[in-house]
Design a protein around this ligand. Structure first.
Ligand code: ATP
Ligand code: MG
Length: 393
């Protein structure tokens, strides 16, 4: 296994100070799968205080959970003390975190067997729960009793589905049954966390696995409305998702396409989406059924109304149900030529109109008139021509 120089350095320093240290979790899993790890997490027998003494640059990430972040050459590495979690009081937060000197105990608290492995260059892979075997079998299996593990932390149910979609793995039957049984507990999880997992799912490589989100009934507990839509249209939606690029706005619109714009907006708000994304997604849901004539004028007008980026997305999404290649081609040409689309690039500004005595309400009307003229005939976007037209009007 090849691990970055800095990570090796961190392990070595901890070892030299007399502590055990391993890389752990997602990075070990991803290395074994020959995927690029998102980040390199380290687990150690040293307490956070001890870790802080060993490294110059650190900051507290979650001291209560035993996590200190170490900065080495501008890179950040999370170092977490071996710990056990006791009694979850709300299906999400352990009531007490207890540090331990046993790596095995630390691995045991982790969610899935494939995420519960540690590695040290000199000691090799530490795998107490058949993680390597399950990687080979391509299965997601809870560590220990899955039902209890989901009761401890209900987010794990969504994580199981997300890993399944990212890795193309199946969820092991007992783990899946436990998920179906405990699905109601997902309601205890914060909307932000649910959003984060769904976001990762929609960006995943093995989209066909997302069907278990509704087939298991879990989606019903998140949004009964979307659940209903997926039961009827899920297969078609997944097919469409597979065809489109990784643009997250496009993916969300396809995912939510059978909701009305209003229903979609409510769901996105409930899931605590940022306003910018809500605006973009809802706008596209509103326009999904628009029939835009295949004329440059109409396309310029629409690009002005929606922004070219959004219009391009719309053509792309509509392209799943009909041939929109010509529309996309026209829009490309318009953008290449840098045709004037908005007031920003109109050759005449408000100030110019003031100088010829146009003010107030009239000004807005004249500007729209001129912009429409330029949408019809882009070559007319010249100051003289537009001022003359304004005067005439
Ligand atoms: P990703 O590729 O998304 O980073 P990851 O497996 O690294 O996947 P993280 O959320 O970064 O996931 O968590 C790192 C490790 O911490 C996991 O591999 C797992 O061992 C453990 N872990 C994370 N979240 C949970 C959880 N909710 N319950 C139990 N263990 C968890
Ligand atoms: Mg990770």
């Amino acid at each position: 296994m090849i691990i970055p120089k800095n990570v090796n350095k961190i392990l070595q320093k901890l070892n030299e100070a007399g502590f055990e240290a391993y890389i752990v979790g997602g990075c070990v899993r991803d290395c074994l799968l020959q995927r690029t790890p998102q980040d390199w997490d380290i687990t150690t027998s040293a307490t956070p205080q001890e870790v802080k003494k060993i490294f110059h640059k650190t900051y507290d990430t979650g001291l209560k959970h035993g996590t200190v972040t170490v900065i080495l050459e501008k890179e950040h590495y999370e170092i977490t003390t071996y710990r056990i979690e006791k009694e979850y009081y709300d299906c999400r937060h352990p009531s007490e975190v207890i540090f331990t000197k046993s790596l095995k105990e630390d691995l045991q608290r982790r969610d899935f067997t494939i995420n519960a492995m540690a590695y040290h260059p000199k000691e090799g892979i530490q795998d107490y729960f058949c993680g390597q075997e399950h990687l080979k079998q391509k299965k997601i299996q809870g560590v220990g009793n899955p039902e209890e593990r989901f009761q401890e932390d209900a987010l794990r149910m969504l994580r199981a589905l997300r890993f399944s979609a990212q890795l193309g793995f199946d969820i092991e039957p007992k783990t899946y049954q436990a998920l179906q049984k405990q699905k109601k507990l997902i309601q205890k999880i914060s909307a932000e966390r649910i959003h984060e997992e769904l976001e990762k799912m929609l960006q995943a490589q093995f989209l066909e696995k997302i069907c278990f989100l509704w087939e298991s009934g879990l989606l019903k507990e998140i949004s009964p409305l979307l659940y209903q839509k997926m039961l009827s249209h899920g297969t078609e939606i997944l097919q469409e998702l597979k065809n489109v690029s990784f643009d997250r706005i496009v993916r969300w619109v396809i995912f939510l396409q059978y909701l009305t714009a209003k229903e979609g907006e409510q769901l996105l708000k409930d899931l605590r989406f940022d306003n910018h994304s809500i605006k973009a997604i809802v706008m596209l849901l509103e326009h999904l059924k628009d029939e835009i004539p295949l004329q440059e004028y109409e396309i310029r007008k629409k690009a002005c109304e929606m922004t070219p980026e959004q219009l391009n997305r719309l053509f792309f999404i509509q392209g799943q149900k009909k041939d929109t290649t010509k529309w996309i081609f026209y829009l490309e040409k318009i953008l290449e030529r840098k045709d004037c689309l908005t007031l920003k690039t109109l050759a005449v500004k408000g100030k110019d109109l003031q100088q010829i005595g146009i003010n107030g309400k009239e000004m807005g009307e004249v500007l729209s008139f001129l912009l429409d003229m330029v949408h019809k005939e882009p070559e007319k976007n010249k100051k003289q021509i537009l001022l003359a037209a304004a005067k005439q009007k």
